[in-house]
Design a protein around this ligand. Structure first.
Ligand code: AHM
Ligand code: MG
Length: 334
């Protein structure tokens, strides 16, 4: 890839602090397939639009609910809908996408116009952390890219692939900075959105941090299995060193913090129903892929997230993700 040369060095934008690579040149330099490059580029363009809308939501009448209920039975936030439409439109424009799946839409999404010959499948949670939208707390977009398994535009099996079939996944967190994380096998890098709307490489080849944090909604304690109670108590005991608790309530932000600093995130399945809170296809799998590439881990109650064969687009599972050490310990204790 070529170095990006800004026309004028602007110390306000931190050219000197950050790498001078910007995302497109950098990504194109290690992803060979130009169609896949374009899919990733469309997602990054959509995330820039979403980022601007998130930052100005209060001014542009984009806070609050639309009045609709989504497939999850949740009230749709205006920004959820905006983010979803932005991704669908941008990915449609790329002409490289065969089919999409979104947290906000019940079934298969086909690009408009349709691309029956395109190869790529994209699944996404357009705006994760909906409960934090109105209070200006970090939220994000989560995505994963696959190849289609057949050319039937009505076949949901194209969306029901195991996480270990992912070609690339990532997220963008709209936090105090907007940061895009992109992961392909053995390479996970972070890019920061600058004032002039370019994602600049800021961390290359990140490895999961090792500080002692657990991110768990402990209000669900009474529903935890005995094994999970033993595990969390082990983390709290001090025997493994001093742990602290951090919980944003946006999976994408909790994962991002733990990736950089270290820690484990857990959202156990309800032992009675066996059903979790978080969605396998567009929340757990993309992040589990990143965890794997960065030497972390991700499991549901008993198996690796990436090995689960999805049975439905909106399937929910238990999730334990992040630090390998903590997840290995859980496996021994439960
Ligand atoms: P969303 O995609 O509708 O925002 O829901 C998913 C969110 C996750 O971001 C977060 O980890 C979880 O729900 C928080 O759940 P809870 O409020 O039960 O702790
Ligand atoms: Mg979500």
């Amino acid at each position: 890839g070529e170095l990006y040369e800004p026309e004028e060095e602007n110390p306000m934008l931190g050219w000197r602090g950050a790498s001078r690579y910007y995302s497109k040149e950098y990504i194109d330099s290690f992803i060979e397939d130009s169609n896949l490059q374009e899919v990733i580029s469309s997602i990054s363009t959509a995330c820039k639009t979403i980022s601007n809308s998130v930052r100005l939501a209060g001014i542009n009448d984009l806070l609050g609910k639309t009045g609709d209920i989504n497939v999850q039975g949740e009230k749709v936030e205006k920004l959820d809908e905006f983010a979803n439409n932005t991704l669908i439109n941008q990915l449609s424009k790329s002409k490289k996408v065969f089919m999409m799946g979104s947290e906000e839409i019940e079934s298969i999404i086909l690009p408009q116009p349709e691309n029956p010959n395109a190869e790529y499948i994209v699944v996404f949670d357009p705006l994760d952390g909906s409960s934090n939208i109105d209070v200006s707390i970090s939220i994000g977009t989560i995505f994963a890219i696959y190849k289609k398994i057949n050319s039937n535009q009505q076949d949901v099996d194209n969306l029901l692939q195991k996480g270990n079939q992912i070609l690339a996944s990532g997220y963008t967190v709209y936090g105090s900075s907007t940061v895009l994380c992109l992961s392909i096998p053995n390479k996970t890098s972070l890019f920061t959105l600058s004032d002039n709307q370019e994602f600049f490489l800021t961390t290359e080849n990140i490895v999961h941090g090792d500080s002692k944090v657990y991110s768990i909604n402990e209000s669900n304690w009474n529903k935890f299995t005995k094994g999970n109670k033993l595990w969390v108590n082990k983390l709290r005991s001090g025997e493994l060193g001093k742990y602290t608790a951090r919980y944003v309530g946006s999976l994408v932000a909790d994962f991002h913090r733990n990736l950089i600093k270290g820690g484990v995130f857990a959202y156990p399945a309800d032992p009675k129903s066996g059903i979790g809170r978080l969605r396998l296809i567009y929340e757990c799998n993309p992040l589990a892929f990143i965890a794997k590439q960065t030497k972390g881990r991700a499991t549901d109650e008993s198996e690796d997230i990436l090995d689960i064969k999805p049975s439905a687009l909106h399937q929910r599972v238990g999730l334990y993700i992040g630090g390998k050490e903590e997840i290995d310990i859980r496996e021994k204790i439960i």
